[in-house]
Ligand binder design. Structure first.
Ligand code: NAP
Ligand code: GDD
Length: 324
């Protein structure tokens, strides 16, 4: 009998890599799909299995984190042993435009799921996609004991979800864990996050499709890692004997300016000739510096990241050049 997992956010960057990993490990994987007027399954197309075939191991269900009764019905039907809550309005800049919607999904999605699990008496392990954005203005290095000081509606909503997850663990003894993940990227990263915006920009400039790239704050420091390594960490957290919270990070720090340098120089271009400032990409409040200390995950889970920002930039530029 293969293990059954449910992934919310399966169509996103992390959801697609996690689905791949679990299918490789012989799980049956269920994923939530948001109904949209055009296809939003591009990242998992290569994993698609015809539902008419006998026993497909990837199954998609229409649902939205804002619809609590649908979550109850699905959890009862699917009876997953592991639930990975990755769905969210995940863009920090957009959360300033849509604070209420961000709270309804990024903030309230996890208590909806946790309460649904409790209501139907489901025995399962629960992973919450918490974020280094919760540390906000608290200076680095940041680990599991660092106080939160969120600087955006997104960060504040993730703090809400973090505490809800801990509360269900402490109040009801649920196996509920927070993965506090620092920025992780890949060729599947959304096109409006800064790393992918840069690497796609490089590819389009090289191909003569554009002559400038507009960005905001180049001084922000981030700890960028490689998404497939981070989803392996999520899985490891749910396999441990005890539920706990873990930071995943590389411990290395680079500015956006340095990521520009890594990316443009890989194809022999000088970024200063192409990058322009646009204030619309500034945030009402910025998170200046995120640098993680993942020693707890290293010691308990044996989790060690290998890919660092310079290699990540090269990998993403090459993938974008091939695609463009
Ligand atoms: P992503 O690419 O933006 O994917 C977000 C996923 O959530 C997509 O599948 C999206 O569906 C789905 N979603 C959004 N709103 C939903 C709703 N109301 N109901 C159901 N599904 C909804 O994000 P990611 O980079 O993979 O990140 C995964 C999770 O980790 C997110 O919770 C994010 O906040 C968190 N996180 C990410 C990072 C990072 O650096 N990547 C770091 C820390 C934490 P559509 O495809 O239909 O839009
Ligand atoms: N998106 C974007 N676009 N960011 C820009 C730009 C731009 O044009 N110009 C500069 N930046 C700066 C932002 O101000 C920020 O300081 C930094 O680049 C990184 O921005 P993002 O790539 O949008 O990521 P983020 O750090 O705000 O949030 C990501 O990481 C979090 C973990 O710390 C998201 O994946 C969140 O969902 C995740 O929780």
């Amino acid at each position: 009998m293969s293990k059954v997992a449910l992934i919310t956010g399966i169509t996103g960057q992390d959801g697609s890599y996690l689905a791949e990993l679990l299918l490789e490990k012989d799980y049956t994987v269920h994923g939530l799909l948001r109904r949209a007027s055009s296809f939003n399954t591009g990242r998992i197309e290569h994993l698609y299995q015809d539902p008419h075939e006998p026993h497909p191991r990837l199954r998609l269900h229409y649902a939205d984190l804002a619809d609590g009764s649908r979550l109850v019905t699905l959890l009862e039907q699917i009876q997953p042993k592991e639930v990975y809550n990755l769905a969210a309005q995940s863009h920090v800049r957009v959360s300033f435009d849509e604070p209420e919607y961000t709270g309804l999904t990024t903030g309230l999605g996890s208590p909806r799921l946790l309460e649904a699990i409790r209501m139907i008496g489901l025995e399962c392990r629960f992973y919450q996609a918490s974020s280094s954005e919760m540390f906000g203005a608290t200076p680095p290095p940041q680990n599991e004991r660092t106080p939160f000081w969120p600087r955006s509606p997104y960060g504040a909503s993730k703090v809400d979800s973090y505490w809800m997850t801990r509360n269900y663990r402490e109040a009801y003894g649920m196996f509920a864990v927070n993965g506090i993940l620092f920025n992780h990227e890949s060729p599947r990263r959304g096109l409006t996050f800064v790393t992918r915006k840069i690497t796609r920009g490089v590819a389009e400039i090289l191909a003569g499709k554009r002559d400038a790239l507009y960005l905001g704050n180049l001084d922000a420091v981030r700890d960028w890692g490689y998404a497939p390594e981070y989803v392996a960490g999520m899985w490891a957290m749910l396999q441990h004997t005890e539920p706990d919270d873990y930071v995943l990070a590389t411990g290395t720090a680079h500015t956006v300016r340095e990521f520009l340098e890594f990316s443009f120089s890989h194809v022999g271009l000088d970024w200063q000739k192409y990058v322009r400032f646009d204030e619309r990409y500034l945030r009402a409040a910025e998170v200046d510096s995120l640098i993680g200390d993942a020693s707890h995950a290293g010691a308990v889970l044996g989790w060690v990241p290998k890919v660092l920002a310079p290699e990540l930039a090269r990998m993403m530029v090459e993938a974008d050049c091939a695609a463009v």
